[in-house]
Design a protein around this ligand. Structure first.
Ligand SMILES: NC(=O)c1ccc[n+]([C@@H]2O[C@H](COP(=O)([O-])OP(=O)(O)OC[C@H]3O[C@@H](n4cnc5c(N)ncnc54)[C@H](OP(=O)(O)O)[C@@H]3O)[C@@H](O)[C@H]2O)c1
Length: 339
């Protein structure tokens, strides 16, 4: 093959905010698939907040990316060559095969998708890991009921936009929180949330006005000052879905004592009988993928669920786009169009 592979490697572990020099972009030979492997050409790469964790060697639920290794990430693309009977050239597949154009990957790490069902890149967002996260977290922990008030932080983002629309489809009153007027207008007018509050303004006053009876379910994507404002407003028996706290991902380990955003006083957990639960989508979520995909495709087809992507062109632009994601520069699910 005359074509070259293009890869983004982790050059060094960032301290605080990642910078472009923490990554290295290299051209290499296209790999040959080994026995039972499939050669995939990636068309789109998903950029997600969890990748900041993989750049660090602090103890976590998953192993870090080794220095000099390809950055981890989900892609969607097509099979170029296959040494496995379940896959043939031309199949559309999604899987975790990193920030690179080509990858030879074990067949077990791939999932076939039907390209007629949705645009290719949607398999990384609304029909991918972030959409599954939203659906799974609501099924397992949030359990929104008709008439309840659900608050979703990072509401215009990959997880937030799906979580809010599913909660709405289940009859809840859904209030988003996002950064800036454009994102808030999108969340209210296009996603159909009942309101969207700008966390750059006076969030306490906006929450008082939007949730006069308090909050039943809070979907936590952000942490920091947003969590601090939401937390005292829980109603009895509220549920807090601890999905992520992106505002804290660039903090050095052990920085909690100085420089970390203040956390809420957790005393009301007892008094109000709150349920706060963290989860990782890979716990059980992927086992439920067919159920999730069927429900969300149904909502998409009946126009009850819309989605927004932020598509950045070119794999070499992935590091800058990822650095921006950790500062709220993306508007919608961030994906890289590889070529
Ligand atoms: N538990 C799991 O299995 C799981 C799976 C997937 C994702 N997650 C978590 O879900 C959350 C959302 O992920 P996503 O993929 O949907 O990302 P996203 O919302 O598409 O993008 C991140 C958004 O977070 C907000 N943000 C970024 N930096 C911030 C900061 N310093 N302070 C406040 N807000 C900030 C920005 O929105 P605004 O401009 O609106 O503030 C930004 O657009 C993350 O915490 C992620 O780690 C967890």
């Amino acid at each position: 093959m005359s074509e070259k592979n293009l890869q983004v490697l982790l050059r060094r572990r960032p301290v605080g905010e990642p910078v472009a020099d923490d990554f290295e972009i290299v051209e290499t030979a296209v790999p040959s698939p080994g026995p039972g492997e499939v050669l995939v050409r990636a068309r789109f790469l998903s950029l997600d907040p969890y990748m900041r964790g993989r750049m660090s060697d602090a103890k976590s639920y998953s192993k870090p990316v080794e220095l000099g290794a390809v950055m981890e990430g989900m892609t969607v693309g097509e099979v170029v060559a296959s040494n496995h009977p379940d896959f043939k050239a031309g199949d559309t597949v999604m899987g975790g095969y990193g920030w690179q154009r080509f990858c030879a990957v074990e067949a077990a790490r791939l999932r076939k998708v039907d390209p007629a069902e949705a645009p290719l890149s949607a398999n990384l967002g609304v029909l991918g890991m972030p959409g599954l996260t939203a659906w799974y977290g609501l099924e397992e922990i949030g359990e929104p009921k008709a008439g309840e008030t659900v608050v979703i932080s990072a509401a215009s983002g990959a997880v937030g936009q799906v979580a809010g629309q599913i909660a709405k489809a289940r009859g809840a009153r859904v209030i988003g929180i996002a950064g800036g007027a454009a994102k808030c207008a999108f969340v209210k007018d296009e996603l159909g949330f009942d309101a969207c509050l700008d966390h750059r303004g006076d969030l306490d006053a906006q929450l008082d006005a939007a949730c006069p009876e308090g909050i039943d379910v809070y979907w936590e994507n952000v942490g920091g000052h947003v969590q601090e404002a939401v937390f005292p407003r829980f109603r009895d028996f509220g549920r807090m879905v601890m999905c992520g706290m992106i505002a804290q991902y660039n903090q050095a380990p052990g920085a909690d004592a100085k420089g970390a955003p203040a956390g809420p006083n957790l005393g009301p957990v007892v008094r109000k009988r709150l349920r706060i639960q963290g989860f990782i989508v890979s716990d059980k979520g992927w086992q439920l993928y067919p159920q999730f995909r069927a429900e969300v495709l149904g909502l998409m087809k009946s126009k009850k669920l819309v989605w927004k992507e932020d598509v950045v062109q070119g794999l070499p632009n992935a590091p800058e786009a990822f650095i921006g994601l950790l500062k709220g520069k993306n508007f919608g699910k961030l994906v890289i169009a590889i070529d």
